[in-house]
Design a protein around this ligand. Structure first.
Ligand code: FES
Length: 109
């Protein structure tokens, strides 16, 4: 399988995502979150792996995003849960920021 299969999608302009902020985007049937932490941009699936809640409705604290529904926390750099009740990781996506634009590599045909 080609690990790079997918599509780079322009998500927003660099100046639309400030330090400590997160943004929700929908691309086809994917719900995607982007975050800026320590000047870098990270991207994950936006749906909590525990039940259904959008992580961008929660809180970003450093490199951890907290689900608004039951408080699970995920590391936005790895997708791994750091605190329950979630036990499964969320998908993370490659991000590229250049020429004032943030692009994310998504598993789309
Ligand atoms: S839905 Fe996110 S912790 Fe339960």
């Amino acid at each position: 399988m080609n690990k790079m299969a997918g599509t780079w999608i322009e998500m927003c302009k660099s100046d639309e995502l400030h330090e400590g902020e997160m943004k929700a985007l929908e691309v086809q049937d994917l719900r995607v979150a982007i975050y800026r932490h320590d000047g870098k941009v990270f991207s994950t699936d936006n749906v909590c792996s525990h039940a259904f809640a959008l992580l961008t409705d929660g809180w970003l604290d450093g490199h951890l995003v907290e689900c608004p529904l039951h408080g699970a926390q995920f590391d936005i750099t790895t997708g791994e849960p750091q605190n329950g009740p979630a036990t499964c990781p969320i998908a993370i996506y490659h991000v590229e920021e250049s020429d004032g634009v943030i692009r994310v590599h998504l598993p789309l045909g």
